[in-house]
Design a protein around this ligand. Structure first.
Ligand SMILES: C[S@@+](CC[C@H](N)C(=O)[O-])C[C@H]1O[C@@H](n2cnc3c(N)ncnc32)[C@H](O)[C@@H]1O
Length: 255
């Protein structure tokens, strides 16, 4: 069992290393996009505003292209230390941050178990396709709690766990016959991580893991809009009747 899981994590990492070449191929477009500060959406900025007003030190787990980091700093963060296991993604994001002159620093490492100083963060930020790559949601939550200072916040903005069930049909909202809300995992069949194994965590499992790690949930909001749509794709499931994303803000209460 341990061997199989390790293999799946290693395979996902290889898929992401490959997929992250996009950040190099499209470096100039992403640089222009970063300068426009459009990565954090209105709900994220609204919920994060009281935290960002305190000039927090941020740790961003699974930072990908890193555009969120540029926005976090523009909105008040003092500094972002960002972690992603793709060396390609971390290197491209570091180059971009340097070119834009923002204090964002990138570490290529696996989550959970990141090699950062415990208690480093006033805010741990993560999301937009992060939790589905966690094999053990309780270990992830414990890792977040370790990184936070007492009184520090966790902010997650993610695809709603029901999203893998949705059929992308323009006319009719539907549920895929091959998926279950309660399945352990499924194979990603859409861009960008096509072929990788996504682990599924229900909203209940995510909230319970966060609480069990010693954090107090302050906000849990669900939204009809997805955070990502493939170019040109439209779907009835995005029409306002179904959940497509959620945000969670939690606070570490003790040391
Ligand atoms: C869909 S991206 C989302 C990241 C970021 N929010 C963005 O929009 O670019 C997922 C990222 O998580 C990273 N990742 C996946 N599993 C990881 C793990 N176990 N440890 C560290 N990084 C991981 C991938 O390399 C990828 O860059």
């Amino acid at each position: 069992m341990i061997g199989r899981v390790d293999q799946e994590v290693a395979r996902n990492r290889a898929v992401w290393e490959q997929a992250s070449q996009k950040h190099v191929r499209e470096y100039d477009e992403l640089l222009a996009q970063a300068a426009r500060r459009e990565s954090l959406n209105a709900d994220e900025l609204r919920l994060l505003e009281p935290v960002l007003r305190t000039r927090p030190d941020v740790v961003h787990l699974q930072s990908g292209h890193g555009l969120d980091d540029i926005d976090l700093i523009a909105a008040g963060a003092r500094r972002v230390v960002a972690v992603d296991y793709s060396v390609t993604a971390a290197t491209a994001a570091q180059r971009r941050a340097r070119e834009l002159g923002v204090p964002a620093y990138y570490v290529a490492a696996e989550v959970p178990g990141v090699p950062l100083t415990p208690g480093l963060a006033d805010l741990v930020y993560t999301g937009k396709g992060a939790l589905i790559w966690m094999r053990d949601i309780d270990a992830w939550a414990r890792g977040v709690a370790t990184l936070l200072k007492p009184g520090g916040h966790l902010f997650v903005y993610e695809a709603h766990p029901a999203v893998p069930l949705w059929v992308w049909d323009e006319e009719q909202a539907g549920i895929r016959p091959d998926r279950s809300y309660f399945a352990e995992s499924h194979v990603n069949d859409t861009f960008p991580a096509n072929g990788a194994q996504e682990w599924q965590w229900t909203l209940g499992q995510i909230v319970t893991a966060v609480v069990a790690a010693g954090l107090e949930v302050r906000v849990l909001e669900e939204y009809p809009e997805p955070f990502w749509k493939p170019d040109g794709q439209e779907a009835a499931v995005w029409g306002g009747r179904l959940p497509n994303s959620f945000a969670l803000l939690a606070r570490k209460t003790q040391g």
